[in-house]
Design a protein around this ligand. Sequence first.
Ligand SMILES: [Zn+2]
Length: 414
Amino acid sequence: MSGDKPEHPIRPDEQQPLDNAKVGEDLMPVEAESEQIDEEQIDAEDEVEAQEPVRRREVPTPSKEEVRRHNISHLPYRSWCPQCVAGRCRDDPHRDRKEPEEGRGPEVHYDYAFLRNEEGGEKATVLVGRCRKSKFLVSHVVPTKGASEEWIADEVVKDLKKMGHHGHVVLRSDQEPALVSLLERVAEVRGSVTVPENAATSDSKGNGFAERAVQQMEEMVRVHKLALEHLVGQRIAISHPCIAWLVKHAVDVVNRYLVMSDGSTAYQRLKLRKCTATMFPFALPVLHRVSGIVQGGVVAERWYEGLWLGRSFTSPEDFINLENGKVVRARATKERPEAVRLTMKMLDEITAPPWRPMTVLSDAHPQDLRTPDGEAEGNPEVNEVPEQAPYRMQLRKPSMRRLGIPPTARSAAG
Ligand SMILES: [Zn+2]
């Protein structure tokens, strides 16, 4: 490899292809870059002479650039990707089955799903919905089923707007009381005509559309979670606050990149154009720009560190997790020029779930930000907290800093 390109922080070269024999059929066009074919790849090809300076159009393993791009969405399915192979089952012949659409008005189907690391283990409850027409998929990790948390109904109302449903809409579900009461609450909150409709228990096909949406959410979450675990080198608890963000990102990439039978994505069906946003692999260490900070009367533009949590569907903004656990919206984000690898310690800085919108700040305060050289803006005390001693209980260092708890207060707090 030439040395003038920064190595990608997620080190895509560590991903070993699983199935060389089938790789060719899945390959995307290879771009004309000589460094995309390395010596190992050529050696692996029996029919290529060792001294032949031939550039093949197809290589048996993906290029680094292909892997790098694929790792953002894990779509389409690639047989050379260990996480795709491990996370998505491909043996369900009914998954793309079509159902008659004629005579149907706007309909969104809902169901609950559970994510578990192992059978009987702790679970995350996920509300899954999908618009019948656009196939737009929404998923929210929820602390509890039902309508007891007011924000859940509010999120569903926001989702319906994203799907373009501003008028009469039917919200379909099975007869589960918690789901029925949530959708009834949505109908109350929403001003327009909203008709909850429950499939009969005897109707096995009644909620099949939602069941397939659940299956797709589960598959994509599995793939992205496996990729994340590969990066940090350990299993991630299903209760980790990053999971709620990961679930949002996993269905977001489905909406943006999964092409349906008519050649369009859900994103295209709603926005009438292709998604051209710059997307990153989940939790990639990035820099984001904050404009307009006044320093001695000068408006400065500076870049700050953070972890990329995903992209907003409605505005051109990224969600960035700061070291102190706060989440900000950023209008400009870029990969870090130096190779920074995600660690479990960095992932543990994600403490704010997406379900409390007030934890997402519209404008970052300078004291919440940290520059690449480690200098904290406007709050020098942040750097004076010694980085020592394993902490007990749930309170993490960033939280302690935010709350202004000095390190000596640790034993008192415990
Ligand atoms: Zn993949």
